[in-house]
Write a protein that binds this ligand. Sequence first.
Ligand SMILES: [Zn+2]
Length: 67
Amino acid sequence: MLGAGRKINCPQCGSESVWSVENPCRPFCCERCKLIDMGAWASEAYRVPVQESTDPLSESSPAGEAS
Ligand SMILES: [Zn+2]
């Protein structure tokens, strides 16, 4: 039983969806939810540019490693 009809919740509307090859819109329950979610994601991505700001609190910069 490897993911054979695993039940999940649609991230868009919360309805019960099935994660299987029979559901091409997974993890969404239907194509509409899929499009809505992708559209929302795209619009937000456009609206808010990626801010890879150099946050000093971020642990992404290994500064101070010098010895
Ligand atoms: Zn849905």
